[in-house]
Design a protein around this ligand. Structure first.
Ligand code: NAD
Length: 368
């Protein structure tokens, strides 16, 4: 294996079904803290290397989230528009059944939804075989907004740390999809002022603050937040340079880069999207005194929700665990961060948890 190290991967399973021609791969990176948890993505050009990178990211994310899950990920090599998608998903489920749920618990990732998770649970024969199932099967759907709630909580902790009262704090949010809407909803309800929001068609800016219900209505009726009545219309990319206390990139990767980092005026950046900027950019912004809450700290609400679903918990229990864990983990990372490099601090915490668990596992095994 070209990428093995002291953490993993523990197992790589390549699967093929000659009848449906389904090709897939599962990478179990590390299971010291619990069964490997990570979604399945369906893309035509998936590689084992890509799946490994994503599995490792899950090892750190789950460890930092402080849930008893290890890290894993899987991929099915096919186009999402394949007319035999359901058969491919069922064939994949059959091939991975030996791992599920003791070593691997799948969930949805790119091009996979609750219907696919239903197929997996039914094929393997237990609701514990996947998370992200429909509510009718005991699932805690995406639409409950666990990730956006977690991002809002992480923002609240960052504001407290920066001694900026949340009441009246100004916030700009990139993206008004699942994560962006719930982030805006909770922050507005706690008194923050959402001054700018973008989507793929443009951005709306209003110094006095955008009303959340109006944003929802405008997005539904006109298809873009940029149609907000009375707001200044900006290009989506201009959102990153608006004057605000908190900037929340919540849509696309690599949106903050060498070309626009100097125009950022926010005091805090909370990364709701995955990898909205590279680590070097985070370090340079931190040197300017900008507090950056990394993606895997702020957007872990979804994996916490998966854990609650796995143990059969309710919606109420999910919200309560997201609140407890995201608040505690964001505080811990802020406390441990040296030189403002929160990503390095968060990784060090996650690594320590995984290595301790590996040590405990080794010590609890009888000698051979
Ligand atoms: P989504 O598809 O529901 O919404 C994406 C939003 O981004 C849409 O409003 C879209 O219009 C907007 N968008 C697209 N291109 C844009 C552009 N160029 N400028 C501004 N806005 C643009 O997706 P989501 O579930 O909200 O996920 C958003 C990000 O958060 C992704 O990076 C995802 O990986 C990450 N994330 C999501 C979850 C989750 O539970 N949903 C969990 C962890 C991380």
């Amino acid at each position: 294996m070209p990428f093995e190290d002291a953490i993993g991967p523990e197992k790589i399973l390549q699967v093929y079904d000659p009848i449906t021609k389904m090709q897939g791969v599962v990478v179990i990176d590390n299971t010291a803290l619990g069964p490997g948890k990570g979604g399945i993505r369906m893309v035509p050009d998936i590689t084992t290397e890509e799946v490994f990178g994503l599995a490792r990211a899950m090892t750190w994310k789950n460890a930092l989230a402080d849930i008893p899950f290890g890290g894993a990920k899987s991929g099915i090599k096919a186009s999402a528009s394949n007319s035999h998608k359901a058969q491919l998903v069922a064939a994949f489920a059959e091939k991975i059944a030996e791992l599920v749920p003791k070593t691997y618990i799948p969930g949805p990732d790119m091009n996979m939804g609750e219907g696919d998770m239903k197929i997996i649970a039914e094929t393997i024969g237990t609701p514990k075989a996947a998370t992200g199932k429909p509510a009718s099967m005991g699932g805690l759907p995406h639409e409950l907004g666990s990730t956006g709630y977690g991002v809002a909580l992480s923002t609240q902790v960052a504001l407290e740390h920066a001694k900026i009262p949340i009441e009246g704090a100004t916030v700009a949010i990139e993206g008004f999809g699942n994560v962006g809407t719930f982030t805006a909803k909770h922050l507005s309800s706690w008194g923050a002022k959402i001054v700018a929001v973008s989507d793929s068609k443009g951005a709306a800016y209003l110094e006095g603050g955008l009303d959340f219900e109006t944003l929802m209505r405008v997005k539904k009726e006109k298809g873009t937040v940029a149609a907000y009545p009375g707001a200044k219309v900006l290009e989506a990319r201009e959102l990153f340079s608006v004057k605000c206390d908190v900037l929340i990139p919540g849509a696309r990767p690599d949106v903050i880069h060498a070309g626009n980092m100097h125009s950022i005026k926010a005091k805090i950046i909370v990364e709701a999207a995955n990898i909205p900027m590279r680590h070097e950019i985070e370090q340079q912004l931190a040197k300017r005194g900008i507090l950056i809450i990394p993606d895997f700290v702020a957007n872990a609400g979804g994996v916490i929700s998966s854990y609650v679903e796995f143990i059969g918990g309710s919606e109420k229990e999910m919200f309560s665990m997201v609140k407890e864990k995201i608040t505690a983990n964001t505080r811990l990372v802020l406390e441990k961060a040296k030189n403002g490099d929160l990503r390095a601090a968060a990784l060090a915490i996650a690594e320590e948890r995984v290595i301790d668990a590996m040590e405990r596992r080794r010590n609890s095994k009888p000698p051979r």
